[in-house]
Design a protein around this ligand. Structure first.
Ligand code: ARG
Length: 559
């Protein structure tokens, strides 16, 4: 509202204005403050002068008071008007409330999850999957045309090794029975034996080259290994509620690297080193990028260069987010530099979105890095523990298993999205499943509470006008301010590529709603008051459910 008001009075866009509006530390100053510094030059006045100019205008009807303090314009809201306007707008937009049009229909490609086949889906890929899924939904909500892509690691040296190991020691029946565990065993054995016998490494390399040139036996083994993993991934994605528009493995580029190499050659970027071809990045203080192996094998970087060019051609993205652990920061800086040196001006639109480690604190999962913990085990345990809590707190609940899955898995998701991406986080079930903490279950519970109040409230329509004076108390006003700010939180989460700006907002809203619920009786006998409070409760339900949806979580009605 305030940003629109500023915008309607001067040549300042609402977005520009919004960026300079904040909530003052001391509430005695006002409910909002607008800083004039950035714009004074534009109008040839001092920042103080600009502030005075605003204050001289007629105030908006929803303003209680407007004043200037130096270069700041401070306003107090008229609580009743603010309540009426906020709720009318919110109920009208409903499931779309919080969204926007920052994207203007431009394409945002979000690459996430990207596990490596022939290995279990381990907790190391949880961050990419969950953060990427949230960013995908957030970008869509703020008006981007989104493409969600899973770039499966299904090519590379490990497959030559695995084929070699299988042909030496593999047992088809056993692998069919135990699946990926069998592959892991073979992989470990390969490394043990190859330490003593280097010819195994040669054999592995030759298998890698053979499958590259289409060897039937090798390719069908490779396919078998990949299918096994994809089945496991499909189960996990289903449980996490994660979907992709495109699943495209690294193998897609295995025979398409010639063009990249030729382009690099033509632009004079390739040099020889020990029989291999590299792009030297010494001028940019980075290690060289290996493009072609001496034996002709393909490389992670080369496949990524081909993939980036291909994605740009196919989707014409304005933004390409690649969500992968922070250990690959240098790798992506190198890749972007090479794209830039190739003359692809869009290299700047490719963004690596790194995230920190998932550190497990709990007994049997204890591990500095999560990449030895199987995702399925973690999810099973989260659901089992949640079911135990439900059995204790609400044993009569119907479809307990479903709710336990929604809450248990939601708790894991929420936890990963509650901090700045890059921060390493310590995972413990005790913390994650604490219904009173800053957790997923806490937010879901507030949502379920709102649902149950609305159900008891009976016939009421959110579309009916309410008298804002009934929501002028402190508790209601605090809730309203958070409801009103939700679209800004979503926009900021998109702009900063930080889903925690949404999750934190939801916790604050759930807390404010709980205070409101405990201090004000929603279902009073006074019809006008009751309608206003139900309308507010409905709005809270809407925002919590929209927000949980953006994070990739369910919003159960009962729990
Ligand atoms: N599969 C890779 C890994 O597990 C992640 C892929 C990241 N994306 C990319 N375009 N390189 O480390």
């Amino acid at each position: 509202m305030f940003s629109e008001w500023i915008s309607s009075h001067e040549d300042i866009s609402a977005e520009e204005a919004a960026a300079e509006i904040s909530v003052p530390q001391e509430s005695a100053m006002g409910h909002y403050t607008f800083k004039c510094f950035k714009f004074a030059k534009r109008f040839g006045v001092t920042p103080q002068g600009l502030a005075e100019k605003f204050v001289a205008r007629p105030a908006a009807e929803w303003m209680e008071n407007i004043s200037a303090a130096g270069a700041y314009v401070n306003i107090f809201l008229n609580r009743s008007m603010f309540a009426e306007k906020t709720l009318a707008d919110l109920h009208k937009k409903n499931a779309g409330y919080g969204g926007g049009n920052i994207g203007g229909g431009r394409v945002a490609l979000v690459e996430y999850s990207s596990p490596n086949t022939a290995k279990h889906f381990h907790v190391g890929h949880l961050g990419s999957t969950i953060i990427g899924n949230a960013l995908y939904k957030i970008f869509k909500f703020v008006g981007y045309k989104t493409v969600g892509l899973n770039y499966i690691g299904d090519w590379g040296t490990s497959f030559g090794k695995l084929i070699t190991a299988y042909l030496h020691w593999g047992d088809k029946a056993e692998i069919e029975r135990i699946g990926i565990d069998g592959l892991t065993k073979l992989y470990v054995r390969f490394h043990e034996e190859a330490d003593a016998d280097d010819t195994l490494n040669d054999e592995a390399r030759s298998w890698e080259l053979k499958i590259l040139s289409g060897d039937g036996q090798g390719l069908s083994l490779w396919q078998w290994f990949c299918d096994m993993s994809m089945k496991e991934y499909a189960r996990i994605y289903e449980r996490l509620g994660v979907e992709f528009d495109v699943i495209r493995g690294e193998s897609h580029y295995k025979n398409k690297l010639g063009e990249v190499v030729a382009e690099l050659e033509k632009k004079g970027l390739l040099t020889e080193s020990d029989g291999a071809k590299i792009v030297d990045l010494e001028d940019y203080k980075m290690p060289p990028v290996l493009i072609l192996r001496r034996d002709g094998g393909t490389l992670y970087h080369t496949r990524d260069l081909a993939a980036a060019i291909d994605r740009r051609e196919e989707y014409g993205f304005s933004i390409c987010l690649i969500v992968t652990g922070s250990e690959q920061i240098l790798y992506f800086n190198q890749m972007k530099k090479v794209l830039e040196l190739m003359g692809h001006e869009w290299a700047a639109d490719v963004e690596h979105i790194p995230y920190g480690l998932f550190v497990m604190e709990d007994g049997k999962y204890s591990s500095r890095r999560g990449n030895v913990i199987k995702m399925e085990d973690l999810l099973d345990e989260a659901v089992a523990k949640t079911l135990a809590i439900i059995n204790e707190k609400n044993p009569a609940l119907s479809n307990k298993e479903d709710v336990a899955a929604q809450v248990g898995i939601g708790a894991v998701i929420f936890f990963k999205l509650y901090n700045n991406r890059i921060k390493d986080v310590n995972f413990s079930f005790e913390h994650v499943l604490n219904f009173d903490g800053e957790t997923g279950p806490y937010v879901q519970y507030a949502h379920a509470r709102a649902c149950s109040v609305l159900e008891k409230g009976g016939n009421f329509s959110a579309d009916d006008a309410i008298a804002g004076k009934n929501l002028a108390d402190d508790e209601s006003f605090a809730v309203l301010r958070l409801l009103h700010k939700f679209p800004d939180a979503v926009a900021e989460a998109a702009n900063k590529r930080e889903p925690f700006l949404v999750s934190r907002h939801l916790v604050a809203l759930a807390q404010a709603f709980n205070r409101f619920y405990h201090n004000r009786t929603v279902l009073t006998d006074e019809p006008e008051l009751r309608a206003a409070r139900l309308s507010l409760t409905h709005a809270v339900k809407t925002v919590l459910s929209n927000g949980l949806g953006l994070l990739g979580m369910a919003a159960p009605k009962k729990m």
